[in-house]
Design a protein around this ligand. Structure first.
Ligand SMILES: [Zn+2]
Ligand SMILES: [Zn+2]
Length: 350
């Protein structure tokens, strides 16, 4: 038994150190705090394991640390990233991303992306790395542009992998965890923290915990049967975008004359509602966590968060005030409002 355990440990540490991104735990600097500080807030991956591609961004008083440029960009779309930090792949110190030389497209594996991206403070180090591994050198601004361009393709690949991991995760969960309690999570990092540290599961390897986390988060994604039904050709009354692509953000207004208007976010819905001279009958918005249609007058709206809708800044709606409050905390938002307190001035400022 003891011998088997030893071999197992050796195998895991081998696979850990075989990865170019990994560093010994004592060499990894964690800039974020709290129970989930070891995990990327966007994907749940271990930040020591993917240290050499880590990025960080300060949010109000908090710093969030991401496993990769992909996750930084994915989680902060339409956000100014000029103050982001990145690990210098050579010295392992965090540096201002703005000062970094990025080597993109080298043969060293990327993190969350098929297009690898490593950063260096010294141009000489970047050139040395490029000479050994290929790729091209870019500045941060260009690297962010490339990461944006890679986003759709990379997310497609990631979703494919997640589907497989989720199946594995379900099996491991049934074998290694107390199955009477099968909680649902909104974030991979929170799910992972639960799996590894709540005492509900036996001791797991990082990739096993990751698979279970993916399973538990996926489990919490609801079906759309209670969502606002949006015809596929319906366009937002304000901005003209197709609404059915964004079930999480859909809103709908019906008039007494039975006319219907669709919106790709609450901001556009309020823009219409606050200026409408029509006889309005019913307003529906979407509960962001559960993707169900809820009466707009009873919903709670979170503003100033780091979650963006298809049109940018949004009022994120919830049927439960507790959900709105916890979303506010998780996403560094500024305020939770009820329907009546959403004024034209607030919409204007968003
Ligand atoms: Zn990540
Ligand atoms: Zn719109």
């Amino acid at each position: 038994m003891f011998k088997a355990l030893l071999i197992l440990t050796l195998l895991t540490s081998l696979s850990f150190s075989k990865m170019f991104q990994s560093v010994p735990p004592q060499d990894a600097k964690l800039l974020q705090k709290g129970k989930t500080k070891l995990y990327c807030p966007n994907c749940g991956m271990n930040l020591v394991k993917f240290y050499k591609t880590s990025h960080a961004l300060k949010e109000n008083t908090n710093t969030l640390q991401y496993c990769s440029l992909h996750c930084l960009v994915d989680a902060n779309q339409h956000t100014d990233l000029i103050k982001a930090k990145v690990v210098d792949a050579k010295t392992l110190k965090f540096i201002n991303a703005h000062d970094a030389y990025y080597v993109i497209g080298s043969k060293k594996a990327g993190t969350m992306s098929m297009n690898s991206k490593y950063a260096f403070l010294s141009k000489e180090d970047a050139l040395k790395f490029q000479k050994a591994n290929g790729g091209k050198i870019y500045n941060f601004h260009q690297a962010v542009d490339i990461a944006y361009r890679d986003l759709a393709k990379d997310n497609k690949m990631i979703n494919k992998k997640r589907k497989m991991a989720s199946k594995k995760g379900a099996m491991i969960f049934d074998k290694m965890c107390k199955t009477a309690n099968r909680p649902a999570f909104h974030s991979y990092a929170a799910a992972k923290e639960y799996v590894l540290h709540s005492g509900s599961c036996a001791k797991l390897k990082d990739r096993q915990a990751q698979a279970i986390a993916i399973y538990l988060v996926k489990k919490s994604v609801p079906n759309l049967s209670n969502a606002i039904k949006v015809p596929s050709d319906a366009k937002c009354q304000i901005c003209g975008m197709f609404v059915s692509k964004y079930p999480k953000w859909a809103a709908k207004i019906t008039t007494k004359e039975n006319k219907t208007y669709f919106f790709d976010g609450n901001r556009d819905m309020f823009k219409f509602y606050l200026n409408s001279k029509e006889n309005l009958d019913k307003i529906l918005v979407t509960d962001y966590y559960n993707i169900i249609a809820i009466p707009a007058e009873k919903a709670w709206y979170v503003i100033g968060s780091n979650v963006y809708g298809p049109m940018g800044n949004e009022l994120v709606s919830f049927s439960s005030k507790a959900d709105a409050m916890s979303f506010k905390k998780d996403h560094f938002a500024t305020e939770v409002l009820n329907f009546k307190s959403v004024t034209p001035a607030i919409i204007e400022k968003l």
